[in-house]
Design a protein around this ligand. Structure first.
Ligand SMILES: [Zn+2]
Length: 190
């Protein structure tokens, strides 16, 4: 969704994008493939730049980093940015541009536009991407199913170990047997 900034009137313009209106569906399809979302955006001219504020409301489909439980985390994020024209200096540092724009976002200060066009799809995509938690958790703040998950894990481990021991032709099972005898003889020497 590209916004031509020259078309923004003096007193600003408000935009609303949803899954139903569809303008951002393509830009967001990797992060928000199916869930509803609503993006409110107001842009106003500010000297030779533009002021933008708004809100993203949606939910993120994640897995709990500890128990693997499916999560639907609500995302309700406001933002306030100054849109500035991308300068030539940006071309000189083109290789770090990707990192730069993320820095701008996390500071909540400024974003760039190019040739009079602001890419709202790219902006919202970045905003949603940096809002994803590094270690999502099914509880607040801790995993609610940790005990259950650990018990299940221990159960599976026990089953694997049992399968190893039962497997008579498994060389590791034989090694495990030898190791036990070794330990016993070593113990006797002491
Ligand atoms: Zn969990």
């Amino acid at each position: 969704m590209k916004i031509r900034l020259a078309e923004i009137p003096e007193d600003g313009r408000q935009f609303t994008f949803t899954r139903e209106s569809g303008e951002l569906n393509t830009a967001l399809k990797d992060l928000l493939p199916a869930v509803p979302y609503k993006v409110d955006l107001t842009i106003r001219p500010l000297g030779n730049a533009y002021e933008m504020e708004g809100k993203v409301v949606t939910s993120l489909s994640e897995l709990c980093s500890l128990c693997g439980w499916d999560l639907n985390l609500p995302l309700n994020r406001t933002f306030r940015e100054v849109l500035v024209e991308e300068e030539e200096t940006d071309r000189e540092t083109h290789h770090v541009h990707g990192n730069q724009s993320v820095d701008f976002l996390s500071e909540g200060s400024s974003s760039t536009y190019k040739d009079g066009v602001f890419d709202a799809g790219e902006f919202v995509h970045e905003l949603v991407a940096i809002s994803e938690p590094m270690y999502p958790s099914c509880g607040d703040p801790d995993c609610e199913h940790l005990e259950e998950a650990n018990a299940k894990r221990a159960e599976l481990e026990a089953e694997f170990n049992k399968a190893d021991v039962d497997e008579k032709t498994n060389p590791f099972a034989k090694l495990a047997g030898l190791k036990v005898e070794d330990t016993k003889s070593t113990n006797k020497k002491h």
